[in-house]
Structures are given as structure tokens and as C-alpha cells.
Write a protein that binds this ligand. Sequence first.
Ligand SMILES: Nc1nc2c(ncn2[C@@H]2O[C@H](COP(=O)(O)OP(=O)(O)O)[C@@H](O)[C@H]2O)c(=O)[nH]1
Ligand SMILES: [Mg+2]
Length: 468
Amino acid sequence: MTGAVSDWLDPLRHGFDRLGGGLFGNTVRLGVTGLRRSGKTVFVTSLVNNLLRAGRLPFFGPAAEGRLIAARLEPQPDLAVPRFDYETRLAEITGSPPRWPDATRAVSRLRLAVRYRPVATLRQWMGSEATLVLDIVDYPGEWLMDLPMLGQDYAAWSAQTLALAERPVRRDLARDWAAHLATLDPAGPADEAAARTAARLYTAYLEACRDSDAPLSLLQPGRFLEPGEMKDAPALAFAPLPVPADGARRGTLGRLMADRFDAYKRAVVGRFFREHFAHLDRQVVLVDLLGALNGGAEGVRDLRSALVAGMEGFRHGRPGWLERLFRSRIDKVLFAATKADHVASSQHALLRRLLGEAVDEARTSIRFEGARVEAMAIAAVRSTTNVRAPVGGIEMDCVQGIRPGGGRPTVLYPGTLPERLADLDDPDGPRHRFIAFDPPAGLGTDGRGLPHVRLDAALDFLIGDRLS
Ligand SMILES: Nc1nc2c(ncn2[C@@H]2O[C@H](COP(=O)(O)OP(=O)(O)O)[C@@H](O)[C@H]2O)c(=O)[nH]1
Ligand SMILES: [Mg+2]
């Protein structure tokens, strides 16, 4: 009899859940972004693993309160977008020998169903369980960099990009492209070969900026670095040129470039925002702040401009051209400084504060537009332990872990972070070299989920309220 009743109740319950899904939006689309190597793949892998295992989530409210029942992977609903290959990524991190996943270069998605016991009384009365569908969308932060271009015409974008290329560090890296640029006449006849060469040399300049010792972040257009499915498309065959503000004349090289710039905005930037970005509810922006600190004052300055540029897309609530074209519904944004396990735990509060400082400009504008913003220092996969060890005769906070290619654990003193980002401007100040660590063997063998630093707190901020 009981069986029959529950058979009869179940569809009702499902119906209610679906209704609840419609009414209360019981689906969360979580965007995970960050520049290349900021830690997106590792973050998604560990987040999913920890939700599935649920054994290391003391600061994730629903788990701490005993209301998290179980999570499971669901078929990815969007057949046109690659599925995030969770199983392979996990096998890499936990394999023998363990290794970090290979770089991924485009958008991917993964769907989880999270069953939980709601606190809300109405739901509790209807049935003791509810389901949150969590859609995770991992996409290159380089693509976000393109957003401000939507508000610029080719002349304005060119002027800004050419000025940026005059800055220290960049000037040297731009040499080949600049030499070719000097041979071009924007008012001369449209020349396909010249346009292609300019695009190739300009792309090489962007790549050199990204790969330099002081890695730079503000690199446009993003698809030149992360083309995704657009590789070799004609819309990517342009580069900045000094053209008059009132536009280049028809038939000229300047006009050819300007037309491609417009096509890029329409077909590439616009499409990404319509198809992916516009549907996100929550966003985590991963920032390799330790890596940027290795690049000194210029590296950090550049990262800040990149964050401001990337944040253009999160503005909402204010009617404007961008708002009308691309409506973002993101109401929570988490900035997370990743790889916090590269430094001792005693440095984490400072790392978080420095991130807060770095995102401050971006943060003010988003908060002003109505989304909640938080900054944290995290490690998605904790690969080191804290130890006290003598450095020059004094006991210091050190980390112990496996150096890349290392094999055996080494104790390392990673140094101390600057108190404020402005301290980096001091030419006599300390230089930073934060060193990478490989995942140690045997991660996750206890079945509780991959060890991490504050991934649970991040999860709580991002989706905790949707499991209440
Ligand atoms: N120690 C440590 N290293 C990490 C962590 N997350 C990422 N990394 C390092 O950062 C690299 C890039 O991470 P990945 O997730 O592939 O970045 P993505 O390009 O943004 O997807 C990895 O290969 C690791 O070396 C972490 O939590 N701890
Ligand atoms: Mg990746």
C-alpha cells in the first residue's frame, strides 16, 4: 500500500519540483571563467568531486546542516557544446603519477543534480526532498576581454590598442608587428595579403605578451589567443590601424579592417554573449594573482585593467546600450585568487586582501549595478602542507610539496606577500617568485573528496542560498 501511495505521489512530487524549477528558478547556471591557466579546469573538477563525495565541506551550509542528500552527474543538455570531461580530468589529478590536466581552450559544460532537504516549510510539507540543477559553464576569460569592444568603433579601439602597445614591456614585444605597421597606409587600397600579415604579426605580439616573464592580461581581441571554433575564420583577419575618427573611406585598407572589426563584434562577441553569457545566474572569476605578482608592478597593473575590462559584461540593472543588447542576469560574482596552497596559510588573509584591492575598481561598478560581489583566496586542489622550518636561522612559515618534475616532497619558503599592491612600485622592494607544485600522490583515496582550501566557502557563496 505504501508503495502504491508513493508511486502515485512521486510524479506529483516531480511535477512540483519542475513547477518549483519554473517558479523559483531551481536551476543555477554557474559560469566559471578566468584567463588561461588561472585554474578553471582544476576548479570545476574539484568542485564536482567535492559535491559528489560531500566529505570535505564544513563551510558549505547545506552540507554542514546535514541537508545535502546526494549529488549526481546528469547528461549535459546542450548537444552542441562539449561536455566538461570530468572523469578524465579527475583521473589525471588522482592518477599515478598524478598530474595536472592539459590546457583546455574552449567552452564546455557539465550538469549536476543536487538533492537536498529544504528548510522552507512549504517544500518540507510537500515532500522532504528537492533538487537543484547545477549547470556549470567553463569558458575562457580571454573572451570576456572582448566585451568593451562592443561599445567601440574600429577607430577608437585602434587608438586605444596602439597606445597600449607603447607601454613598457609591451613596446619591445610589439617590435615586429610595429615594423610591419609602419609600412601600411590605412588610406591606401584594401589589400588582403597585408591585412592577413598584420593580423598574424599582431597575434604573435599578443602571444608574446601573454607568455612573457611578466605575463600581461589585457589582450584584445580574446579570440586571437583563444580562437575556439573560430580558428582561421576571416573575421579574425584584422589588426589595429591608425584611421581617422570619422571612419575610413570605402575601398581602403582601413575600411577593410574596420569592416572585419564590425563583423568580429557581431558574429563572435555578440554570439558568445547571446548563447552563453546571457544565461548565467552566478559567476566565479578565477584570478592567478600569485602569477601576476611574479610579473611585478606592471603585471599587476595589467591584471587590474583586464579585470575592469572583463567586468563590463556583469553590469546590469542600468538601461544602456550594453544592457539592451546583452542582458546579464548574474546576481552574484565571486573573485577567487587560486592556488593559495602555493603560500603558507598564514598568508591567505593577505592574499585575499590583495585580490580585493586588485578587483576594487571592477567591484565597485558591479556592486553599484546590483550584484553581490565577494573575494576569496582558495585552492581547488590543495597540493601542499604547512610546515615551520628555519630560513636563515629563523623559524618561518613554509610549504611542503612536490615541485614540478620533482618526485619527492620539498620544503620551500615562498616568501611573504606585499602588504599592499602599491608596494610593488618600489623598485627596491622584494621581487616575487611563487613556485608551482604538482598534486601529491593518493589525493582523494579517502573517498571524502579532493582536499582544497575554502572551496566549500566558495560553494556556499555561489549556490548555498539556492539550496535553502
Ligand atoms: N597547487 C595548485 N596548483 C593549481 C591549482 N589549480 C590550478 N593549479 C595550477 O594551475 C595550472 C592551470 O590550471 P587549469 O585548471 O588547467 O587552468 P585553466 O587554463 O584556467 O583551465 C595547473 O596546471 C596547475 O599547475 C590548485 O588548486 N593548487
Ligand atoms: Mg581549462
